[in-house]
Design a protein around this ligand. Structure first.
Ligand code: HEC
Length: 107
């Protein structure tokens, strides 16, 4: 097994373990606002940490900040988001969890 193969299989097991953990945590996972992009957020942003991270950062992140966060999650952490989905997720986060958007639960 080459070094690269070993690395790849290590990554595969981490991803697998993460998806099992997500499935198990599904029932208790927090509910985010419905809207275009929610599916991608639920699929890609809850595998390494709770979706709480989004709520936690909501009070102070504007669109540019969300863009930076999502890009960091993809490029540095390795979140499995297609380029198209990055824009969708950023738009979702900005409109529902942006600094300027109404707090969750308000009309
Ligand atoms: C591959 C694992 C992974 C995935 C997938 C992932 N994250 Fe993260 N995320 C992390 C780690 C690790 C940290 C803590 C990083 C740190 O402290 O610098 C983090 C931290 C955060 C934070 C806290 C602020 C910060 O910048 O550290 C937010 C907000 C966040 N993630 C949002 C998201 C969103 C939104 C997505 C989906 C697009 C996502 N994450 C997907 C690994 C991941």
């Amino acid at each position: 097994m080459s070094h690269k193969d070993a690395l790849r299989s290590a990554i595969t097991s981490v991803v697998l373990a993460a998806s099992i953990a997500t499935a198990a945590a599904d029932e208790t996972s927090i509910r985010l606002t419905e809207g275009p992009g929610l599916t991608q957020v639920q699929a890609s942003c809850s595998m390494c940490h709770s979706l709480d991270y989004i709520l936690m950062n909501s009070p102070f992140q504007d669109k540019a900040a969300w863009e930076k966060t999502v890009n960091k999650m993809v490029k540095v952490m390795g979140a499995p988001l297609a380029a198209d989905d990055v824009a969708t997720v950023v738009a979702y986060l900005d409109s529902h969890y942006g600094k300027e958007s109404p707090p969750p639960g308000s009309p």
